[in-house]
Design a protein around this ligand. Sequence first.
Ligand SMILES: [Zn+2]
Length: 267
Amino acid sequence: MYNYWRTNWKKLILGLIVAAGIGLGLYLSGLDTLPQASFSLLGSINSPTSADRVLVIAPHQDDEVLGAGDYIQRAVSAGAKVEVVFATDGNKHGKKEIRHDEAVIADAKLGLTEDQLIFFDFPDGELSSKTEYDQFVVRLGDEIKNFQPTIVITTLIEDEHPDHAASGRAVQTLSTTVAKFTTLFFLIHSDRYPRPIGDASEKYLLPPLKLTDEYDWEVFVASTDEQTRKRAAINSYRSQISLANPILRQLLQSFDRRNELFAKAIL
Ligand SMILES: [Zn+2]
């Protein structure tokens, strides 16, 4: 009897040590997102076709490249009709004109011409305030009626930047009231996302664990050329990727990955 309990206590303590070790290992490996090895388990987004009309709504000048720069290139080369709406003027730090001009240069690298870019110019940082948001929904609704997209791409409602969350909310509302289209959401600002942070262009972009229950996450794998041009487009946003702001620079670089990542609402 004595020996039985002593042996089992030893096993229990050993088990606890092993469990704590695994927990610590997961913590230290930064398992905030699905691990790289799980990439092949995710489904793939269909490539756009010539019949598609793709509307990308970027809260700020750079979000369209970060979230959908590869997808936009594929859509353009497939002969789809593509339009980008910039919801805000990007003027938080008095850089409206600079960011406008950077958008034209960056999006040209994706194959878009200036007439495919629409600048709504709502005040940067104010898109979620009631007055601005209501006007934004009306204006975006008109744009959707005009353009008649088959696919709308924008930022996820759970994005921690209020402008990004507002853009997601507006599209979700309009998808049930104005027109029928497929919505693809991407995520930019979220605690401990992406992982690894910074320059790791050979890695995959994977979803944060905390949002894997709410959405189906699907990947869009870039060709080498697409990834190269997306990187050039990111670098065209010189005001955002400047060495003067290393945290923002790292965030931008984190979206130069082998794939893009889109969330679809689980129906
Ligand atoms: Zn943004």
